[in-house]
Design a protein around this ligand. Structure first.
Ligand code: ZN
Length: 226
């Protein structure tokens, strides 16, 4: 069967079936509205119109969430330039990991997001144990400060004086790693291109609105799930 993972309603239809086959459940407008109420979330930068469809997979500790920008009621993706696709990992209500956003210029928009969802599900389900034989606790996802580098980490000074680390790609197949590498390279060359355009034009390249997406104020922090 030919895969249509394009950023279109047809692409979304394919994506929704794939996600369900992977064990993800759909998060609809009602759940999102509930979260907004529970946490009294305020979008500071812009008003997001309508409630888009997302998908979630949770293993009890971590959850992978995918935001598609697809508005099911209107059977369309959000207008270009207003937002992007996201694949994130959360623990309770806390954002733990955020992949580089997905733009709808990419004709394989839904294919790439599906692969990221699959790989991140594999990561959280394969949560490694600390390699220190005296410890062997479940490791945690850790982001190196001020960077986009992630690791598995274990901090347990009673058992080992220094933190133990494992690669963020721990447990992935060669094929998975190859896929990630292609996207990492694309992101790097996209950034380079933007940088060059900025130098030539002297103009600041506008930051995609998407990057401001998570700038939200939690009005009821006491309702946060840890
Ligand atoms: Zn440990």
């Amino acid at each position: 069967m030919e895969v249509n993972g394009s950023p279109t309603p047809e692409g979304f239809e394919w994506f929704a079936l794939e996600m369900q086959a992977l064990g993800f459940t759909k998060i609809g407008g009602k759940k999102i509205r509930q979260d907004f109420t529970r946490l009294d979330l305020q979008t500071r930068i812009r008003k997001i119109q309508g409630y888009e469809t997302g998908f979630q997979y949770s293993n009890g500790t971590y959850a992978v969430k995918v935001w598609t920008t697809f508005l099911e009621k209107e059977n369309k993706l959000r207008d270009k330039g207003t937002d992007a696709g996201w694949v994130i990992i959360t623990k309770g209500d806390v954002l733990i990991y955020c992949a580089q956003y997905f733009t709808r210029k990419n004709k394989n928009f839904f294919v790439d997001m599906k692969e990221y969802a699959r790989i991140n599900k594999k990561k959280i389900d394969g949560n490694p144990l600390c390699p220190c034989k005296k410890c062997e606790r479940e490791m945690e996802i850790h982001r190196k400060k001020g960077s986009r580098q992630y690791f598995w980490i274990c901090i347990n000074p009673e058992k080992h004086s220094k933190p133990e680390y494992l690669s963020w790609d721990y447990g992935l197949s060669e094929e998975d790693k190859k896929f990630l590498e292609i996207r990492r390279q694309n992101t790097a060359s996209y950034k380079k291109k933007n940088q060059k355009a900025k130098e030539e034009s002297g103009k600041e390249i506008p930051t995609p609105k998407a990057t401001t997406r998570k700038v939200r104020e939690v009005g009821r922090p006491d309702n946060l799930k840890k």
